[in-house]
Design a protein around this ligand. Structure first.
Ligand SMILES: [Zn+2]
Length: 282
């Protein structure tokens, strides 16, 4: 399947899947979580495939890439295992070229949070040869994530996953640490919704009364929309839950298109205090 283009007022949001991942619920939740309270029996104890999304937002002349990923880096030895026999789609820049957009047209790159699947594509090349994939863009990352233990330790130990990506962007003078909301022009805004990570942020697109949100990993499954307290083992629980409750109300009020990092686009509706998820018809 090729990239999925969504019209949001006069803006366009293109969703690219850089490759599927295989995951089981037991890898996401703490052992103490009674999964049968939340999930149908068929989903428990099985691995399922999930896309890894990167996004292109074109609005009012602004071109923004959100969460550039790189499947070859994600599936390098010691990382994720691809589904058996899986042939991944072309790389992000090749998919972008197929919709007529070249890397040097991009003005901003936004990373929702510093988990590898969301920033693996900020550079190309390795060692001294790692250079920003989008040479003219600033790379906006959450300041709180840059300081979080996993990233601070990886920078200190010179872990190539971080040195060849985020540190290479920093050395190219393109890293922009953000702590709070920021407008990028063309009705595109970055807004903090912490919990998945200390500085987790989402990207909002508003045009002609329509709205769309690229929400990173604010939630991972539709069951987490119905149950905002169902949080991943690595989440900060209180923060994740209050960010979700705040976001679900907002998305429902605006009838917004919502695109998570690892789920197909959908909409959230809140009725009588209960949120639910509906995947958009393809
Ligand atoms: Zn993710």
């Amino acid at each position: 399947m090729g990239p999925l283009a969504l019209q949001v007022g006069e803006a366009r949001v293109t969703v690219f899947n850089v490759g599927d991942m295989l995951f089981g619920l037991d890898e996401v939740y703490d052992k103490s979580v009674d999964l049968s309270r939340y999930f149908p029996e068929g989903k428990i104890g099985k691995k399922a495939r999930f896309p890894t999304h990167s996004f292109l937002i074109e609005s009012g002349g602004a071109k923004v890439v959100v969460d550039p990923s790189d499947y070859s880096r994600l599936t390098a030895p010691g990382h994720f295992t691809p589904p058996p026999g899986y042939a991944p789609p072309p790389a992000l820049t090749a998919q972008m070229k197929s919709v007529g957009v070249l890397p040097d047209e991009i003005a901003h790159v936004v990373v929702t949070h510093l988990h590898f699947d969301h920033y693996a594509g900020v550079t190309r090349g390795a060692g001294g040869n790692a250079h920003p994939t989008f040479p003219k863009a600033d790379c906006i990352i959450p300041a709180k994530d840059w300081e979080m233990a996993s990233i601070a330790e990886a920078r200190k130990s010179k872990d190539p996953d971080v040195v060849d990506t985020l540190v290479a962007v920093q050395e190219a003078g393109r890293l922009s640490l953000l702590d709070g909301p920021k407008g990028l022009g063309g009705g595109v805004r970055v807004e903090p919704f912490p919990g998945e990570s200390p500085g987790h942020q989402v990207v909002a697109v508003k045009s002609n009364g329509a709205s769309c949100y690229c929400v990173g990993d604010l939630f991972h499954f539709e069951e987490e929309v119905e149950h905002p307290d169902l949080v991943a083992s690595w989440n900060e629980p209180g923060e994740a839950e209050s960010s979700r409750v705040r976001f679900y109300r907002l998305a429902s009020d605006e009838d917004a298109i919502v695109i998570p990092g690892h789920m197909l686009p959908g909409k959230v509706s809140v009725k009588g205090g209960l949120a639910s998820w509906k995947t958009l018809a393809p």
